[in-house]
Design a protein around this ligand. Structure first.
Ligand code: LFR
Length: 475
């Protein structure tokens, strides 16, 4: 067997990671090689991602892998947050920095687009939660602003293409664009047509676990990268994180906890019906044709935005200190609606939170940065309650009996929130890996490289699960 190393890149809204998997005595060992901070940047044209910085950071990570893997690198795969995309010129070069999905332009695009195609019809076709951040509304916003149409790729697929991969739209990531027909599992001609978008400019959809060609360019000059495959993992980080959960049975739900909290459960088929639509749950593509039935709930975004506001006033307590102090705060009287659109926006988070409290007839919190623990407690209690409500709805819609929750992603380290979540839901909380996206990314690479082709999607899902069991340290 080929015992060369593997590389997984995981792009996060707050930080990006490059990890290396090497073999030692037949066992895979994962090491975080490079991590760099990320975040949306306010430019004159709106809220963007620093594309050049992301590219440089990933390249630096890949270069750092070289001396650590003298045996050579067999493959590289990239996952990241969904929906954002890079527009390309004829040579496949980026035309501009991608917009960040939180840019305000999507709000108007959503209103305008629904004059042409109803939210209900869109829901029937795609089966997903209608969020203004979805790629569809962003492409429509481009249209409204007179931006010339161009070929586009979601960000992880763009980076793969940049380093030599065939340009594709990986299925799990494509489902989050709100442009995919959930029955045909392909681009929806109807939605493209009604939105006046050119379907020819979207890339071909491929399943997670597709070989996309060899690494090319200057990096491929390094001997360790001389014969390295580029692989599409589940390019949607959440689908990767779910693939990285080592659970058996059918009685578990997940919370993929990072900037967002994705609260849901895996099903074999999409879950639909009028109540599901009303509740606005998503059916998103999962690895091996599985369906990720979940809802976007706000997450560590609330904390990060508060921390930014306090830092601007010179107050920079660590997150662990904040959580520790928050545990000793009294239980808040009034909880937040964490998913109110105002709390998904950038900046002034303590003020936004207080505006909501006042609108609900409650007292605002003291905004002095020294009162950060009270804000932290309010956020944590409010998230836990929202998780519990969401999980109740999930059981109703799926008919499943949930007994356990796997919490994965960076937020899984938050023992205060985990405790509140256990209390609010009554379920056993299992702490999965904080790097579950990376584990799922590697598991898909291994299933792709090691399986006898052609594997059915069931076999593929099974192989990925076996690998994710192997990669998750037993708890
Ligand atoms: C998590 C995530 C969510 C998606 C949001 C925006 O990182 O990918 O699944 O809804 O970011 O892309």
């Amino acid at each position: 067997t080929d015992r060369r190393a593997l590389v997984a890149v995981d792009l996060g809204a707050e930080s990006c990671r490059v990890s290396l998997l090497r073999w030692s005595d037949g066992k895979a060992e994962i090491q975080l090689v490079h991590r760099f901070l990320n975040g949306p940047i306010e430019r004159e044209t709106g809220l963007h991602w620093p594309l050049a910085k992301i590219i440089d950071g990933v390249e630096e990570g890949l270069r750092k892998c070289a001396p650590l893997a003298p045996e050579g690198v067999r493959s590289i795969a990239i996952d990241g947050w969904a929906v954002d995309y890079v527009r390309l010129d004829e040579n496949g070069q980026a035309l501009a920095e991608p917009f960040c999905y939180r840019d305000e332009r999507n709000v108007r695009a959503e209103v305008e687009l629904h004059k042409r195609i109803s939210a209900l019809r869109m829901r029937e076709i795609t089966g997903i939660e209608q969020l203004p951040l979805n790629t569809l509304y962003q492409l429509y916003a481009d249209r409204l602003s007179g931006t010339p149409e161009a070929r586009w790729l979601n960000l992880p697929e763009y980076l793969l293409a940049r380093w030599g991969a065939e340009p594709v739209a990986e299925f799990t990531n494509a489902t989050h664009t709100q442009l995919v027909d959930m029955d045909s599992r392909n681009w929806s001609r109807e939605i493209f047509r009604e939105a006046g978008l050119n379907i020819e400019l979207a890339a071909k959809i491929v399943p997670p676990g597709t070989l996309l060609g060899k690494l090319q360019g200057p990096l491929a000059q390094l001997p360790v990268f001389a014969d390295t495959e580029l692989i599409a993992p589940a390019c949607h980080d959440t689908a990767s994180a779910i693939a990285g959960i080592p659970a058996a049975g059918d009685d578990w739900a997940y919370i993929s906890s990072g900037t967002w909290s994705l609260v849901g459960t895996v099903t074999s088929l999409p879950v639909d019906g009028p109540n599901v639509r009303e509740d606005s749950f998503s059916n998103l593509g999962g690895v091996g044709n599985m369906n990720c039935f979940h809802k976007n709930v706000n997450g560590m975004w609330l904390m990060k935005q508060c921390q930014n506001a306090w830092a601007a006033l010179g107050h920079e307590p660590s997150i662990s200190d904040l959580l520790h102090d928050a545990e000793h705060e009294p239980v808040p009287q009034m909880l937040l609606d964490v998913d109110e659109p105002d709390l998904l926006r950038v900046g002034e988070m303590p003020q936004r939170i207080n505006r909501q409290l006042v609108a609900k007839g409650s007292q605002p919190l003291d905004e002095a940065p020294t009162n950060a623990p009270a804000f932290t407690a309010l956020i944590m209690h409010s998230l836990a309650r929202r998780y519990a409500e969401t999980l109740t709805r999930i059981q109703k819609h799926t008919g499943k009996v949930i007994r356990r929750i796997y919490i994965v992603g960076g937020g899984s380290q938050n023992t205060f929130l985990n405790r509140l979540t256990a209390e609010a839901t009554g379920f056993a909380v299992h702490r999965g890996s904080p790097e579950s996206s990376t584990i799922g990314n590697f598991a898909v690479q291994l299933a792709t490289l090691e399986s006898e082709l052609p594997a059915s999607s069931m076999e593929f899902a099974h192989a990925v699960r076996e690998w994710s069991l192997h990669l998750n340290p037993p708890s």
